[in-house]
Design a protein around this ligand. Structure first.
Ligand code: DX5
Ligand code: ZN
Length: 215
């Protein structure tokens, strides 16, 4: 069964407690929290302060997706806010190896995210050092976009790489995940499904999470 990570980008920020309670009580596994800086992506969301509040209301793994430049400047703040997994974008890191070592030395799991145009082969010399790859299946910046179909081939290619190297790395798919495409995403080799709109804009979010989990 896949790990389900509802993205709070689509949550109700006037009543985060209610959405945290819903996810805590659901079959979801992780809280996916999207940090945007208005530079790396054309949108601004929230930072460590909001994550610290969400962390206090959460009983699950806190999966923080940084869509920011110079993530090394903030890694410690996100650790202090309660991040369990910290994911940085390969396109935002000149010294990716150093960034990953920093995240791990702070006691977090390290993830690397790839934009839809970045070849998965760019990970071939670093994959053994990371815990998670976040493959963007939309261009990062906004919830509610349409899944880019080439992602399925990218998942297969990446899964082949981890199997060949004998590595246990999560493949997380982020963007446009729905009840209709989730099964094919998992069949291609992904094991973590991020879902924002599909969960939070549905009539019964906990039931939608259950359906994604049992896909
Ligand atoms: C997009 C974010 C996603 C977003 C996914 O830049 O990284 O996590 O919330 O939203 P949906 O599932 O609505 O495409
Ligand atoms: Zn995300």
């Amino acid at each position: 069964m896949p790990i389900i990570a509802p993205s709070f980008l689509s949550a109700n920020f006037l009543n985060l407690q209610a959405d945290c309670d819903m996810v805590n009580q659901s079959l979801a596994d992780w809280f996916h929290l999207d940090v945007m800086d208005g530079r790396f992506v054309p949108n601004i969301t929230f930072g460590p302060m909001i994550i610290e509040f969400i962390r206090k209301a959460s009983t699950k793994v806190c999966d923080v997706h940084l869509m920011i430049e110079e993530p090394e400047k903030f890694a410690e703040q996100f650790k202090n806010a309660g991040a369990d997994i910290l994911t940085v974008h390969i396109e935002a890191c000149t010294h990716l190896h150093r960034n990953i070592q920093q995240i791990k030395s702070l006691g977090m799991k390290a993830g690397v995210a790839l934009n839809p145009h970045t070849p998965v082969t760019e990970l071939s010399d670093i994959i053994q050092d990371i815990d998670l790859v976040c493959l963007m299946s939309v261009n990062p910046g906004f919830g509610g976009q349409k899944f880019i179909p080439q992602t399925l081939d990218r998942i297969k290619q990446l899964r082949r790489m981890t199997v060949e190297k004998g590595l246990n790395v999560h493949i997380e798919i982020d963007g446009g995940v729905t009840l209709d495409n989730a099964a094919s995403i998992v069949a291609a080799g992904a094991d973590v499904l991020v879902a924002g709109n599909t969960v939070f804009k549905s009539a019964n979010p906990a039931e939608t999470i259950r359906q994604l989990k049992l896909i």
